[in-house]
Ligand binder design. Sequence first.
Ligand code: GUN
Length: 290
Amino acid sequence: MTAERIDGKAFAALLRERVGALAGQFEQKAGRKAGLAVVLVGEDPASQVYVRSKHKATVAAGMESFEHRLPVDTSEADLLALVEQLNADDAVDGILVQLPLPDHLDEQSVIASISPDKDVDGFHVTNAGRLAVGQNGFVPCTPLGCMMLLTDRLGDLSGLEAVVIGRSNIVGKPMAQLLLDANATVTIAHSRTKDLPSVVKRADIVVAAVGRAEMVKAEWLKEGATVIDVGINRLPPAEGEEKGRLVGDVDYAGAEGIAAAITPVPGGVGPMTIAVLLRNTLVAAHRNAG
Ligand code: GUN
């Protein structure tokens, strides 16, 4: 079997196009653009790349992008004051504070200061709680993007065995919740799981979100499984390479011979995250304007 490559990049482009069209309709009706504020503290290179991509994608979708870049030594009081100002600003529908924050800032306090109705990342405990009890809120972008890819490919997930590897608040836990809501039978595996290979072996759906290069081996997979690889890991440079290759958490080359479908890295889950962020921002705009 050669697994089908799940083209997240193409799916994300379609979603962005659709959101762009709906953002145009929103502007017509509301007399203003939907707005996303992104806050970056410090100069972490990876975060700078993400924030630049978010800005470009927001503008390309016909939304307003408010970028706030703060110095690395910004105090928590100053950051909280900025978030308060954004909470009160009617032109701002969504607020995203780029993580990780510098060590002297407490991420939980900062996330807690964002209005849950503008928390387009879905990280606020109110939104995590809403997801847990099945109420409407904001769902974190990466797991929601994974669900879109899964339902697009598989349709109804009822009764399927799903294994989520990783238990982070940002990906693993909300992913498991979404799969459960879709009536899958869900196992969350993590670093203390005994016999991970046999847990993975029973899965019709594997979502790998551990951040360890090619940790999930092809021979662990069940024949015909659908594999969603959230990991983005850079290998050490090989001979003659300036930078190492980007790989996921799953041994892609091996998995291609066993799985029915798999997301590549790059070009799988990654592009979905920003597309879903734009979607969440538009949803926020409708809720906040309504
Ligand atoms: N850092 C890496 N990914 C994300 C994300 O989705 N949201 C935020 N706020 N920070 C991130």
